[in-house]
Design a protein around this ligand. Structure first.
Ligand code: SF4
Length: 288
């Protein structure tokens, strides 16, 4: 079997930054304990388990906002995940007397800053994102004046009467879908200032999928909740390539590799390298 490892692989800068902050806090005796992670620090269950071994407790419940999750924390330190939080979450954590460690990715912080700036200048702000994604929850918590859209239909339904329109987006969306949405915003509001904020790590990985060598199968490795990983799967499928999405080697073992001779392996920006390495080793051994 021929196995092509599609570069880049490994954590993006934002994930490395978030994990390092959490680990440093766990090792530092001067940091107030217990240490809680508000939501999943990144969308990767293996990383969360690794951090648990260092005593970092993840507070997460499907469907509960960061604001409500905070009700479960009464003392110690709270870490905000790479996805960022709304100003209300920040305020509430301060009021509760919690020590705050903010591991928000700098790319996400930039989106918050730009939206705040434009709201202050009385722009109508359009934000493209995925419903219920924690990054969007953080951004939308800045102001209830933000126009949230996910689809072309949502843009068609916008009713904005201003020539000052600012449009930006979640950092981990599909570069292809987002372009189509921005085109529609520009068509509807020709004066709109379009500020594409898809991060470099997401862009480079999606372009690598677009330009991947021909293969019988493309395997994308990552957590099923990871937005940037899901977009890699979509980018590969959109090229008509037989693509599967697995979280680890155990899931791959359930897939049939009959008749597969050439495999491409890609992974999300929050996938640990050791999981990809295990998968590649297995594929190469499958050869023998
Ligand atoms: S995928 Fe992009 S936005 Fe998300 S943590 Fe990594 S660098 Fe930051």
């Amino acid at each position: 079997m021929i196995v092509n490892k599609i570069e880049p692989q490994g954590y993006c800068g934002g994930v490395i930054h978030a994990i390092k902050m959490a680990m440093d806090a766990a090792k530092d005796p001067s940091i107030k304990k217990p240490i809680y992670m508000l939501g999943q620090i990144i969308h990767n269950s293996n990383v969360i388990k690794d951090l648990e071994r260092y005593g970092i407790i993840t507070i997460f419940e499907e469907g509960l906002s960061r604001l409500l999750l905070l009700d479960k924390i009464h003392s110690g330190t709270v870490i905000f995940s790479a996805h960022g939080v709304s100003p209300k979450v920040y305020e509430k954590a301060k009021e509760k007397g919690l020590n705050i460690i903010d591991a928000t990715c700098p790319y996400v912080l930039m989106v918050h800053k730009k939206i705040e700036e434009h709201l202050n200048k009385n722009y109508e702000c359009i934000y493209i994102g995925t419903k219920n994604h924690p990054e969007c929850e953080g951004v939308l918590g800045i102001s209830d004046k933000i126009h949230f859209v996910s689809t072309l239909e949502d843009i068609k339904n916008l009713n904005i009467n201003s020539s000052f329109v600012y449009a930006t987006n979640q950092t981990t969306l599909s570069i292809f879908d987002t372009k189509a949405l921005f085109d529609e915003i520009k068509r509807k509001y020709p004066n709109a200032y379009i500020d594409d904020k898809i991060c470099n790590a997401t862009t480079i990985r999606q372009l690598a999928m677009e330009n991947q060598p021909s293969c019988d199968l493309c395997i994308v490795v990552g957590d099923k909740k990871s937005s940037n990983t899901k977009k890699l799967v979509e980018a590969s499928k959109n090229k008509g390539i037989h693509t599967i999405f697995v979280e680890n080697l155990e899931q791959l073992k359930k897939e049939s590799l009959d008749g597969i001779h050439k495999v491409n392996v890609s992974s999300g920006a929050s996938t640990p390298s050791y999981i990809v390495d295990e998968i590649i080793e297995y594929l190469l051994a499958h050869n023998e």
